[in-house]
Design a protein around this ligand. Structure first.
Ligand code: AMP
Length: 281
C-alpha cells in the first residue's frame, strides 16, 4: 500500500490502473479511522480492483466555532487499518495541496443541504460538496463509498452527482455501532466517561423510533415526539434537531411514505453527535 499527499501522484497512479482496465473505488474520510470507516473500505475492496482511501480533515466544512483544531488525527493507525483492509492507496494531502491561498470556487447546493445539519451548520455542505467534487476529479473513481451514518451527506452527494452529471456510482453503507448501540464516530473520543454513558440516549431514541414505525405508527410528529422525550430525559443532552424527512429530498414529511429518514443531532456537553434510521415504506 502506498501513501501520498500529492494530487499529481494520485492522478498518475490511477491513470496507470485505468490503462490496465482496472476498476477504482474511493472511500473519502477525515481519518482517525474506526470500524465504520473499515466497513466502507471492506466493501470497496470487495467491489473494485483498486481502492483509494482519502484521509483529509477538510477545513472548509468546519464552521468558525467548530472543532477543526481539536479534530482527532492518527495517520499511523490509519495506515495500519487501510493496509490490513487491503486498500491500495491513501491520499493524505496537506491543506495547502487542496486549497490555494486564493482558492475561490465552491460547489453550492440548495434544498437538500438546507435543513437538518445544513441549518445548524450553514457552510458545512458547501465544504463537503466542494471537497468531494475535488476528490472525484483527482481520483476519478468508478464508485465511491459513503456511510448511512451521515444520511443527509449521502443524500447531498447523490444529488450533486445527479445534478452535475458525474459518472460515479455512489454506494451507501449501513451504520456501524458500538456493542451498546452508540454509532461509531471519530468524535466519540471527545466524550468523557459520564458523557459516553449519556450519549446512549441517541441510539436509544433511534431504536425506539424505529420500533414504533415498524410497529405501524404512521404519524411522523408522534414518532419525533417520542424520540425527543427519551433524549430530554437525559440532563446532559441538548437537542439540536429530531426530524422525520424524506430520505432523498430531506423535506419534512406530511405522511409516512417512500424512504423515510428519522434523523437526530444532539449535543452531549460540547460534543455534537448524530444518528438516524431509514425506513422504506
Ligand atoms: P468521516 O471521517 O467522519 O468524515 O466519515 C467518512 C465516511 O465514513 C463517511 O461516509 C461516513 O458516513 C462514514 N462513517 C462514519 N462513521 C460511520 C459509521 N459508524 N458507520 C458507517 N459509516 C460511517
Amino acid at each position: 500500500m502506498k501513501i501520498t499527499g500529492s494530487i499529481r501522484e494520485v492522478r498518475e497512479l490511477v491513470k496507470e490502473w485505468k490503462r490496465q482496465g482496472l476498476s477504482v473505488g474511493l472511500v473519502p474520510t477525515m481519518g482517525y479511522l474506526h470500524e465504520g470507516h473499515k466497513s466502507l473500505i471492506d466493501r470497496a475492496v470487495a467491489e473494485n480492483d483498486r481502492v483509494v482511501v482519502s484521509d483529509f480533515v477538510n477545513p472548509i466544512q468546519f464552521g468558525a466555532n467548530e472543532d477543526l483544531a481539536d479534530y482527532p488525527r492518527d495517520i499511523e493507525a490509519d495506515k495500519r487499518l487501510c493496509e490490513a483492509a487491503g486498500a491500495d492507496l491513501i491520499f493524505h494531502p496537506a491543506p495547502e495541496e487542496m486549497y490555494a491561498p486564493d482558492f475561490s470556487t465552491y460547489v453550492e447546493m440548495q434544498q437538500v443541504s438546507e435543513r437538518l445539519c445544513g441549518k445548524s451548520r450553514p457552510t458545512h455542505f458547501r465544504g463537503v460538496c466542494t471537497v468531494v467534487c475535488k476528490l472525484f476529479h483527482i481520483v476519478n473513481p468508478d464508485q465511491a463509498y459513503f456511510g448511512q451514518k451521515d444520511a443527509q451527506q449521502l443524500a447531498v452527494i447523490r444529488r450533486m452527482v445527479r445534478d452535475l452529471d458525474l459518472d460515479i456510482r455512489i454506494v451507501g453503507c449501513p451504520i456501524v455501532r458500538e456493542a451498546d448501540g452508540l454509532a461509531k464516530s471519530s468524535r466519540n473520543t471527545y466524550l468523557n466517561e459520564e458523557e459516553r454513558k449519556a450519549a446512549l440516549v441517541l441510539s436509544k431514541a433511534i431504536f425506539h423510533g424505529e420500533a414504533l414505525a415498524k410497529g405501524g405508527e404512521r404519524r411522523p410528529d408522534v414518532i419525533a415526539d417520542e424520540m425527543a422525550k427519551i433524549i430530554k430525559a437525559e440532563p446532559m443532552a441538548r437537542i439540536d434537531y429530531v426530524e422525520l424527512v424524506d430520505a432523498d429530498t430531506i423535506c419534512p414529511l406530511q405522511k409516512m411514505q417512500g424512504r423515510v429518514l428519522a434523523a437526530i443531532a444532539v449535543f452531549i456537553g460540547k460534543t455534537r453527535l448524530i444518528d438516524n434510521f431509514i425506513l422504506e415504506l
